[in-house]
Ligand binder design. Structure first.
Ligand code: SF4
Length: 347
């Protein structure tokens, strides 16, 4: 069954017309979907006639996700949802709350073709791309939980976003529309492992969404140890694509850098990281590596702070990300993997 957020307004109008319903019903339906209640079922749409609700329920799914597990971190309030899609596949979505803002981290694919060695999402490769509705409804899930529009959307969940760019752009454009939740472009961050054609395509769309590059290693040799050959591009090509993106969008790049004890936290490596950040005029986000996600070990708080101080002294805008949801396996793909371990991986 198709999802409501996958059909255009025109298609919805035609559907309503075929049932002899007035056009204003489409507006009513959209008002229910995008606030203030962010409806996920036709039963909630109280001003629609019961007969219309019944017809809609028989032909178009009101919500693309069925939440099967919810985990809340008792320490920081981070929520992680495992949702089942219509075909039985599962995806993860995370809502992070800090006092100043709320952020939802969404998935764009079931599995991932890039297969970074440290990542649970890529372990079984790519299963399929998510649809526009499946991406939008992860944001709606967060809005429903909050009872208001979420502040930020980060596209850093399962999947490589730039390998499902059409659905992602359609979803983000819809969420940015004043007729939906009017999410400002600057409140969106798309994170990539460095898919060069995708970065260039994204640049040419000229949307001022933020771009983050998961760098994690400063030489091609080191990167080869964490990203398999098939979807790994040479660093120089990635940097040129990032410069192209900045030229066309005027947005500052963020370099995401997972600090791994004894691997990429030594002085020479950090010096090289600073020089890359200077060249790309990028800020650096240091992330102590998530011990749940891999065999990697985090360097410890003191070493992480020293790395931060070194970058700042080198004139780089840098931050140290505090990991949220450590108690609920909040790194992408871990819940889905845990469920697969229990039920066996899908073919
Ligand atoms: S880190 Fe991102 S790009 Fe790499 S396998 Fe995981 S989801 Fe894919």
């Amino acid at each position: 069954m198709r999802s409501l957020k996958d059909i255009s307004n025109e298609e919805l109008l035609n559907l309503l017309k075929s049932w002899n319903q007035p056009a204003f019903r489409a507006k009513q339906i959209r008002a229910w979907l995008y606030g203030p209640r962010f409806a996920a079922s036709y039963d909630e749409m109280a001003n629609l006639p019961a007969s219309l609700r019944e017809k809609l329920a028989g032909g178009v799914a009101p919500f693309a996700l069925n939440v099967v597990q919810t985990f809340t971190d008792p320490q920081d309030g981070t929520i992680k949802w495992l949702s089942e899609l219509q075909d039985g596949n599962t995806i993860e979505t995370v809502l992070i709350r800090v006092p100043q803002r709320t952020t939802v981290c969404v998935s764009t694919q079931v599995g991932c073709a890039v297969r970074c060695v440290f990542c649970a999402s890529g372990r079984y490769g790519l299963v399929r791309d998510l649809t526009k509705a499946e991406i939008i409804d992860q944001v709606m899930l967060a809005c429903r939980e909050l009872g208001k529009r979420v502040d930020n959307v980060v596209v850093m969940g399962m999947g490589e976003p730039l390998m499902n760019l059409d659905s992602l752009v359609a979803a983000l454009d819809e969420l940015g529309s004043p007729e939906t939740i009017d999410l400002g472009n600057r409140h969106v961050t798309i994170s990539t492992s460095g898919i060069v054609p995708g970065i260039r395509r994204l640049a040419e769309l000229r949307r001022p969404w933020n771009l983050a590059l998961s760098l994690h290693a400063v030489t091609d040799e080191e990167r080869a140890r964490i990203i398999p050959t098939e979807h790994r591009y040479p660093l120089e090509e990635i940097f040129e694509a990032c410069e192209y993106h900045r030229t066309l969008t005027n947005r500052m790049l963020t370099l995401e850098y997972a600090l791994i004890d004894g691997r990429n936290d030594n002085h020479a490596t950090l010096e090289r990281l600073a020089s890359i950040a200077h060249r790309l005029r990028a800020k650096v986000n240091l992330i102590p590596c998530n011990p749940n996600a891999s065999n990697c070990k985090s360097p410890g708080v003191r070493r992480c702070r020293e790395a931060l101080a070194f970058l700042e002294q080198s004139g780089i805008q840098a931050s140290l990300r505090i990991s949220h949801g450590q108690n609920i396996l909040a790194a992408c793909g871990q819940l889905r993997q845990k469920r697969s371990e229990v039920r066996g991986p899908r073919p």
